[in-house]
Ligand binder design. Sequence first.
Ligand code: SER
Length: 318
Amino acid sequence: MSDKILIIGACGQIGSELTLGLRETYGSANVIASDIREGMPELMDSGPFEFIDATNKNQIEDAIRKHNIKIVYLMAAMLSGAAEINPEKAWNLNMTSLFHVLNLGKDNIVEKIFWPSSIAVFGNSTPKTNTEQQTITEPSTVYGISKLSGERWCDYYKTNFNVDIRSVRYPGIISWKTMPGGGTTDYAVEIYHKAILEQEYECFLSGNSRLPMMFMDDAIKATIDLMQTDNRNHYIAYNIGAIDFTPSEIASVIKKHIPTFKISYAPDFRQKIADSWPHSIDDSQARKDWGWRHTYDIEKMTLKMLSKLKEKYSQTKL
Ligand code: SER
């Protein structure tokens, strides 16, 4: 029988599809989803669910005891744009939840933990192109500060208390099942919805803002593969790369499929966040240590995004 898994923040953009991926891999009964709110029907109907506030240690512990949980994925977080508006709330959510889970590892209540880091750990002083695994990390955003501090705390718990904690630095994640919320890379999801619904999109970043991105299926594969590897990874949070593009490049790819599509630009406060992040990521360490490979390029991703969203919107109209 496989070890029981708890996903905290299971109804968010990554949590939703991670829950489905884990249920497919380990069996629905072994994968308990949790969040402060209900998620999409596919998630709620496919296995067990608990209401958990990620900042409430008692709620987490109760679920762990009730289901005999051995593995935790902590996916609850406030993303970069929202965190600039609510700095203290973001720090509280992102760090308190992490401490709760790390302490469960330290007390040997859970055996293995996944916690996502981000390209936001990098900042203005980081080399922008093919940003290396180990380089300057001086984040200038609230979100980035919480992710870098989180990485350091994970390393501390791993070194001093032998906690098996694993992490990747996700780039912008593009998906069609659940909308992201509060992120700077979210434009690359919104653009597909608007392309289908309105054939036009006003982007909150400038046309030449290059950022590292990844299709959701690859992100889920990376997460599950890293958790399955026997290699007791020596980096706390691995760089994982896939594709990189600018808003004007992604618009040109969409135009090949929807020739009437038009993009305009009205950069807002998120431009400064995007400007502080890398353009592309060197992920050779992840490729070497646990065989990371991405499978979606921008063309393949666009085809899938457009066809899945068309299908989804035609069903809602019925
Ligand atoms: N997608 C995230 C954000 O934009 C980056 O990790 O906040």
